[in-house]
Design a protein around this ligand. Structure first.
Ligand code: ASP
Ligand code: MG
Length: 416
């Protein structure tokens, strides 16, 4: 028994879906397939949610763009047979939702709408496979993946989910299940999500509860590389990694897998394979329990859009643990992710993810107690297994704003 996970890029158009079908077909054993929303449709739904919530006039046009994108794929896949009834019903359901008045809870509304990306994509693929003579069962994962009600960042209720997953994925009449990543539901059956890019985590949840032999994440890269090939030359492929190394890398910003994916698999000793959907026969990278020591090359992880915020107390007092706690709690409340901290007597340096947060507002509140200096447009470079040569090169090439070293890891904040 295995779990396969396919992300948005792997099902971005009809040809991509056909390719996924070939990969699924070549697996002869029991299989659960977890699929994300198609292409960039989650981003598109995010704009739709904003339009819905703010009641702007763009709403119908965005809905149309979302629907047209899928219709084009459906037409190529199903031809004359037209749109399968269940897909049609999902579009209707979404349209009805959009016609209602939003509640005040943005995160709640977000989850009730964003889920249609995954629901529609899995329904299309499941129906396509069935029509092509490859029987499978579509499962609405919300019936068995139970969470609390932290909308957009829901926490899994492991015990309950285990019970329901084992009830649902019995493999008695079916050998192949198709289900959604990213989404779940509360005890009151309200839709929740596990955070952006959360489908990898779903695959790990299901895989670990079913105790499968492996979980494979199919990507458009050959596996895990020593750096992002779009950003750096001379990347090398990494054949195997420990769970710990993989957590460190993804937590530092390597986007190849969601950082939460490793824990459930590590705890059950289930290997995680990162494989290419372009060259499926290649082994890719295996993340598993490694007893022997492996030599890894320096691994570069870039986290862009960072802001360096330097706070100092207005009354020239020394930065204390109380300040740190206060500021970190405040940023957490604002959903700002702190990526690095460093403190001197007078300054508290905080590096944070500043992609789309409202810095003005944050600074406004912090400036009641602290003097603030800041720099935006920075990149946090994490180098695992660094060598002296690599560090020298960085220092020569880059403008470094802040540095932190441990035995295995060097972190440098540089200008983009
Ligand atoms: N579709 C969701 C997203 O784009 C979840 C995922 O792809 O993992 O964030
Ligand atoms: Mg995705």
């Amino acid at each position: 028994m295995k779990v396969f996970k396919f992300g948005g890029a792997s099902v971005k158009d009809a040809a991509a879906v056909e390719n996924v079908f070939q990969i699924i077909k070549s697996e002869t054993g029991k299989l659960v397939v977890v699929i994300s929303a198609m292409g960039k449709s989650t981003d598109l739904l995010e704009t739709l949610i904003k339009a819905y919530y703010n009641k702007t006039s763009e709403k119908p046009a965005i809905f149309k763009a979302f629907k047209d994108y899928h219709i084009e794929i459906i037409e190529t896949l199903f031809g004359e047979k037209g749109m399968p009834q269940p897909v049609y019903e999902l579009f209707n359901e979404l349209e009805h939702k959009l016609a209602t008045r939003p509640s005040y809870d943005y995160n709640f509304e977000y989850d009730q709408i964003i889920c249609f990306g995954e629901l529609i994509s899995t329904r299309i693929i499941s129906d396509y496979l069935n029509a092509a003579g490859h029987p499978n069962k579509w499962i609405d994962v919300r019936t068995c993946l139970k969470t609390d009600d932290t909308f957009r960042d829901a926490k899994v209720d492991w015990e309950w989910t285990e019970e329901l997953i084992l009830e649902e994925f019995t493999f008695q009449e079916d050998q192949l299940y198709i289900t959604q990543g990213f989404i779940g539901s509360t005890s009151a059956n309200l839709t929740t999500t596990l955070g952006r890019e959360g489908s990898d985590f779903t695959a790990a949840i299901i895989g670990s509860l079913l105790m499968v032999e492996s979980v494979s994440i199919w990507k458009d890269v050959p596996g895990i590389l020593s750096a992002d090939p779009k950003k750096m030359a001379d990347t090398v492929m990494i054949n195997e990694l420990s769970y710990k190394e993989a957590v460190e890398m993804t937590h530092s910003g390597a986007k190849v897998i969601h950082p939460k994916t490793m824990q459930p698999l590590h705890n059950k000793g289930i290997p995680l394979l990162v494989k290419s959907f372009v060259v499926p026969q290649n082994p890719g990278t295996v993340i598993h329990k490694i007893d022997h020591k492996i030599e890894l090359p320096p691994i570069f992880i870039l986290k862009e859009n960072q802001v360096l915020i330097t706070l100092s107390a207005k009354d020239f007092s020394i930065i204390s643990i109380v300040d740190i706690e206060r500021v970190v709690n405040f940023l957490m409340e604002k959903l700002i992710k702190v990526t690095l901290m460093q403190q001197s007597a007078i300054d508290l340096n905080i590096v944070a993810d500043a992609s789309d947060e409202n810095l003005e507002e944050i600074f406004g509140e912090l400036s009641t107690q602290y003097n603030i200096r800041y720099n935006t447009g920075l990149t946090l470079v994490t180098i695992r297994h660094y060598t002296e040569e690599v560090l020298d090169w960085m220092v020569k090439e880059k403008d470094i704003y802040l540095e932190q070293h441990s035995r295995l890891t060097a972190r440098m904040l540089v200008k983009e």
